[in-house]
Design a protein around this ligand. Structure first.
Ligand code: F6R
Length: 240
């Protein structure tokens, strides 16, 4: 795991976009797992701008949302599928069919998770997984205690994660459940890029840098990955 400290959020986004721009598109469609949340918004802005300016060729990519809320009462506009369409796929002019998302209304999360794993495998596996990190060290919605071997499956959201995501559910109840790519699924990506910005992430980035792999800190699993880069801004990296 290599930590790279950059001066601000914009540099983190630019650096991540640059890495995506270097992915080889000459063979089969590159497959990338995408996070939602506040951290990657700037990255999506950059990707949209560069795609529109003809500086990127993202049309040949296949995208997989990392995770999704789950529950019959979840409004579509609060879902991660909707987020990725709104902030990235549609403004970049990419085909909606290039984005794979988990079914937030699924009443059989195990079957939905198995379908997702099959789709990832059918697409050829993940070339790159882009991740954010929760204040408790979660990646995707793999909360502390999740096995490093876990596959895509249903997850219970930790109270702090529900708090952090409550802004997405102003007019409806915040769900307790989600489906997430597993840590084992993420670890199979050829490359992993973890992004962390803002002072609220300084403590968890410090802990991540100090902690040997342990399920108490899910992101620490990435220390076992041969090609994982952690991009942080000045604030998130303040205690490195
Ligand atoms: C969301 C996801 C989560 C977030 C994490 C950080 O798709 O996978 O692990 O990356 O909760 O969220 P922000 O960026 O909002 O701080």
């Amino acid at each position: 795991m290599k930590f790279v400290k950059l001066s601000n959020n914009d540099e983190v986004a630019q650096s991540a976009a640059e890495l995506i721009s270097k992915i080889d598109t000459s063979g089969t469609s590159p497959v990338v797992a995408l996070p939602t949340g506040k951290t990657p918004l700037q990255l999506y802005k950059h990707l949209v701008q560069q795609q529109k300016a003809g500086k990127l060729a993202l049309g040949s990519f296949t995208w997989f949302a990392l995770d999704e809320f789950c529950g019959v009462g979840v409004p579509r506009e609060s879902t991660f599928g909707s987020y990725l369409e709104t902030h990235f796929i549609l403004p970049a002019g990419l085909s909606v069919s290039s984005l794979h998302a988990l079914d937030f209304r699924s009443t059989d999360p195990d079957a939905e998770a198995a379908r997702y794993e099959q789709s990832i495998a059918k697409a050829g596996g993940l070339d790159l997984a882009i991740l954010g990190i929760g204040h408790n060290g979660h990646i995707g919605f793999n909360e502390p205690g999740t096995s490093f071997a876990s596959r895509t499956g249903s997850r219970n959201l930790a109270p702090r994660t529900r708090e952090a995501n409550a802004y997405l559910f102003a007019d409806s109840d915040m769900p307790y459940d989600a489906i997430s790519m597993g840590i084992g699924t993420i670890m199979e990506a050829n490359r992993i890029l973890l992004l962390a910005t803002g002072e609220s992430k300084a403590e968890i980035i410090h802990r991540l840098s100090e902690t040997a792999p342990t399920t108490a800190l899910p992101a620490s699993a990435l220390k076992n990955h041969p090609n994982c880069i952690v991009l942080v801004d000045e604030e998130a990296g303040a205690r490195l």
